[in-house]
Design a protein around this ligand. Structure first.
Ligand code: AQP
Length: 329
């Protein structure tokens, strides 16, 4: 049997190339070697307020994008978190074994809480729900970007704590980072990660940005005061652009160094922009076709949810038994 993979993306905002290079691109590559479950985590999205109509539209848009980047529903399951009740059920059971101090230490919680007027309990529980997503399917591997490493460590801690309290129940999952692109930085501020919630117009490249927009954003990307690429003194802005180039082209390190050493920033940016455009163009074409067929997308989501629901139900039953909750004998 192939090892199982689980990963997810929130249907809030628009997907950017950080999400693609950090997660989705990797998801496509590994789908022949693993049994993959890729989830649209709508329950995670509501940990901060979402406009209901926008959220509903965002779920469909994301499902079409999963298909457009190359996730094949014949090989991998594409599903919506709230369509399998086991996610929420298991999250509660795991909440009860998770010390609150573990959650308060999470850097993403601290960052996001600082930006909210009122901090909802869901924001604190976010990583427990994420642990439930993964443990529900007994996933061995979780391909994510670097910002999720701390949450993955917490998932492992929760699984181990549950196993030691109630007996061997959960597989303890491993984190899988991409070799290039695990942390794409903002174009306007290369010290902070590219993020959906950042507001700067030149911060992120979205997967559905038209070519002209991509060129404009990359040409405006922040670099430094040097005129040309110097690998001995690479500033964060130029390093980020070269990472983006390398992640799209899949060139080896040596080839990237030889090609860009001494190249002026203007020329470098033009080449980066063309690599991004070439990488996104087939995705955008497929997206236009797939998103027009809403019945097909809905059918994929239904079929995949039906395929994986029995795995989730088996885990929930096992956890209930282990904890002494009521199950039919
Ligand atoms: N900048 C990034 N570089 C590499 N990987 C990234 N990921 C996110 N940002 C980067 C990875 O994308 C996957 C989906 O993440 P998510 O659903 O948690 O996305 P998000 O949090 O809504 O997206 P952002 O951009 O991180 O938004 P904010 O900061 O607004 O919450 C994950 O595997 C993640 O690691």
């Amino acid at each position: 049997m192939k090892p199982r993979v689980f990963s997810g993306v929130q249907p809030s905002g628009s997907l950017h190339i950080g999400n693609y290079l950090g997660a989705l691109k990797n998801w496509v590559t590994i789908q022949d070697d693993y049994e993959c479950i890729y989830c649209i985590v709508d329950l995670h999205a509501i940990t901060v307020y979402q406009d209901p109509a926008e959220l509903r539209a965002g779920i469909e848009r994301l499902a079409a994008l999963f298909l457009a980047v190359g996730i094949d529903p014949a090989k991998s399951s594409i599903m919506v978190q709230s369509s399998v009740s086991g996610h929420a059920e298991l999250a509660w059971m795991l909440t009860c074994v998770t010390p609150v101090g573990w959650l308060e230490r999470m850097t993403q919680y601290k960052d996001k809480a600082a930006r909210q007027k009122t901090v909802g309990d869901g924001l604190l529980q976010y990583p427990v729900l994420m642990a439930a997503d993964i443990l529900l399917y007994q996933a061995q591997i979780v391909p994510v970007g670097e910002d999720q490493v701390q949450h993955l460590e917490l998932t492992r801690d929760i699984a181990q704590r549950f196993n030691s309290l109630y007996g061997e129940t959960f597989v303890v999952p491993e984190t899988k980072l991409p070799t290039v692109g695990a942390r794409i930085m903002g174009l306007d501020d290369p010290e902070t990660k590219m993020s959906k919630s950042a507001t700067g117009a030149y911060h992120a490249i979205y997967l559905l940005d038209p070519p002209e927009m991509i060129r404009k954003k990359i040409m405006r990307a922040k670099t430094d005061t040097q005129p040309a690429v110097d690998f001995d003194h690479l500033g964060p802005g130029v390093a980020n652009l070269l990472t983006i180039f390398q992640a799209f082209t899949e060139w080896p390190d040596e080839k990237v160094r030889r090609h860009f050493a001494g190249k002026r920033y203007g020329e470098t940016k033009k080449e980066v922009a063309e690599a991004v455009i070439a990488g996104l163009e087939p995705i955008q074409q497929r997206y236009r076709k797939i998103s027009a067929d809403r019945a097909y997308v809905a059918d994929v989501l239904d079929r995949c949810a039906a395929r994986i629901r029995p795995i989730a139900e088996e885990t929930v039953q096992l956890v209930k038994k282990r904890m002494g909750l009521y199950t039919r004998a």
